[in-house]
Design a protein around this ligand. Structure first.
Ligand code: C2E
Ligand code: MG
Ligand code: MG
Length: 271
């Protein structure tokens, strides 16, 4: 989709933002579970600027609120479109600690879901483990409200923060995403492989799904699958891409799925 302006079209000082989407697939059969929205800034002089360069600046002020709502609004609109045209997959959106500590945030999310006539279960909100720990009690209250409404919550970059297991036990979250640092280093460092394996077992013990981030090679897909990892995301499967490209990728991947190819790709002989 062409860049869309933030905060709104024709507003002086607006900037051009675009969403890219990265698919997340099931480890056992390669079918697509959903896609994660990742924001980029199309700068007239500097070209495309990644989120690591501007989202942290937004996060230290209240500008993160309209930015997150902008991303949610466009991601839900795109998800509505791809669901209409046969791909019944959900969308994940990254949210910041300020969003999760804002008591009005759950209502704002529900309002946007209503505007796009999307079931709450289509949406997953990703929040990093370290963000959660800034005010665990308040974050939990808002996570509970979103969970009760049917929205899924995922802990992003798991393993890089300092959440306690007793806190995790009480959180209404559906998914842990293992940080790509651990996943990428597995072939070279057996300790990282132990961390990944133990995290998968811990998450399953708590009734959570596990997604491995940063899966860059076929051998990693096989190893993760043998460890019981549920879902995978990474350059080996697909890089983040614009909306139109995602639609083409989904069509191609679905065609491969008919022949069982993604299953093989994910480290299994046949689906
Ligand atoms: P994240 O949510 O953990 O997203 C994963 C990041 O890893 C993305 O970088 C993605 O492009 C990259 N990645 C995915 N697979 C691979 C791989 O196989 N190898 C490598 N080396 N990298 C991979 P990106 O798009 O630059 O986003 C960076 C971070 O910025 C995100 O980390 C997320 O925390 C934040 N972010 C992105 N979009 C948003 C947004 O709309 N709102 C907020 N609050 N944060 C966002
Ligand atoms: Mg994320
Ligand atoms: Mg992550």
């Amino acid at each position: 989709m062409s860049p869309r302006t933030f905060p709104r079209p024709n507003h002086p000082g607006s900037i051009r933002l675009v969403l890219h989407y990265q698919p997340k697939v099931f480890a056992d059969n390669g079918h697509v579970e959903g896609a994660e929205a990742l924001v980029r800034w199309r700068h007239p002089v500097h070209g495309t600027i990644g989120p690591d360069e501007f989202v942290p600046l937004c996060e230290i002020s209240d500008i993160i609120h309209p930015l997150t709502l902008w991303v949610l609004n466009h991601a839900l609109a795109d998800c509505h479109n791809w669901q209409k045209t046969a791909y019944g997959i959900g969308v994940s959106v990254n949210v910041s600690v300020r969003n999760m500590l804002d008591n009005q945030f759950p209502d704002a999310v529900m309002k946007l879901l209503g505007r796009h006539r999307m079931p709450p279960s289509s949406l997953t909100l990703e929040i990093t483990e370290s963000a959660l720990m800034e005010d665990p009690k308040r974050a939990k209250q808002n996570i509970d409200r979103l969970h009760l409404a049917g929205v899924k919550v995922s802990i992003d970059d798991f393993g890089t923060g300092y959440s306690s297991l007793s806190y995790l036990k009480h959180l209404s979250v559906e998914e842990l995403k293992i940080d790509r640092g651990f996943v990428a280093d597995m072939p070279a460092d057996e300790k990282d492989a132990v961390i990944v394996h133990s995290t998968i077992e811990l998450a399953h013990g708590l009734g959570l799904k596990v997604t491995a981030e940063g899966v860059e090679t076929a051998s990693l897909t096989q190893r993760l699958r043998s460890m019981g990892c549920d879902q995978m995301q990474g350059y080996h499967i697909a890089r983040p891409m614009p909306y139109e490209q995602l639609r083409a990728w989904l069509a191609n991947w679905a065609g491969l799925a008919e022949d069982g190819v993604p299953g093989e790709y994910m480290g299994r002989a046949s689906v």
